[in-house]
Design a protein around this ligand. Structure first.
Ligand code: B1M
Length: 210
């Protein structure tokens, strides 16, 4: 039986060896990768967030937890498949300027790759001009913007404005996501879609690309 509580505890303790063993064990038992992701890793990272907020964990520890999670994501990455048929689309994805959070964005990229899309992952702290240049260079049809901070969400609108000013708005569908982002915010800033998690982001991208 997969022990999701133990996974959460190992992630909070930044115990890479233990978490790796637990994830490998669960994979070996045939537990679905999505279940390991949601009940073990993301649930553990939620606890890290609560501890960060209450002052029980500090930035260096949170960073270590993030690195621990990222290493375990590599184990389940090949298993996070999508059984629906693939859509041909080139997706440019990045975390907006001023924001350094990348785990969620990388998960979205991973799910889209698993769904057969070509994904150009720009990384974090990406300014609007970089998004514009990469859309052009890659002839992208979808752009995904990620933000985890209420203070950086505003960069999503600035990025959309820059894409419009560059004359590329008709070429690309723009999707946004990240913990503080909502459908209402997507509507407000003129995005084409919002996805609350990586799985629904991949599904929405396929729909928008169709
Ligand atoms: Co920071 N941080 N952080 N942090 N951090 C949060 C976001 C916070 C909620 C913690 C808290 O206080 N409870 C808080 C934000 C508060 C707010 O704005 N309302 C916060 C803060 C305040 C900060 C700093 C300002 C702290 C400081 O320095 N005083 C600072 C800012 C740095 C910066 O960005 N400029 C900071 C720094 C960091 C670290 C660097 C230490 C580290 C990031 C390391 C990294 O990413 N490599 C970190 C972490 C790890 C977190 C928490 C704990 C975890 C984030 C995470 O990875 N979650 C986070 C608390 C939390 O979220 N529980 C917190 C797991 C991930 C799988 O979920 O990213 O939500 P998530 O992604 C989901 C969905 O949102 C969605 O799909 C993903 C998968 O299902 N999604 C998309 C994400 N992007 C999408 C794009 C799409 C679609 C869906 O496109 C279409």
């Amino acid at each position: 039986m997969a022990d999701f509580n133990a996974m959460q505890e190992a992630l909070v303790a930044c115990d890479q060896d233990k978490l790796t063993a637990l994830v490998n064990g669960a994979v070996g038992e045939g537990v679905a990768a999505s279940e390991i992701l949601n009940k073990g890793l993301i649930a553990g990272m939620d606890i890290v967030g609560e501890k960060m907020e209450s002052g029980d964990m500090f930035i260096p520890e949170v960073l270590m937890a993030a690195q621990t999670m990222a290493a375990c994501l590599e184990i389940i990455k090949p298993l996070l498949g999508d059984d629906e048929s693939s859509a041909a689309a080139t997706v440019v994805i990045g975390t907006v300027k001023g924001d350094l959070h990348d785990i969620g964005k990388n998960l979205v990229a991973m799910m889209m790759e698993s769904a057969g899309m070509k994904v150009v992952n720009l990384g974090v702290d990406i300014d609007p001009e970089q998004f514009v240049a990469q859309i052009k260079d890659n002839n992208a049809s979808i752009v995904c913007l990620s933000a985890l901070l209420t203070t950086t969400m505003v960069m999503m609108k600035e990025t959309i404005d820059a894409i419009s000013e560059a004359g590329l708005r008709e070429q690309v569908k723009i999707m946004i996501g990240g913990a503080p982002v909502t459908q209402a915010y997507a509507d407000e800033i003129g995005a084409d879609g919002f996805a609350p998690d990586a799985g629904s982001a991949a599904k929405l991208a396929k729909k928008l690309a169709a």
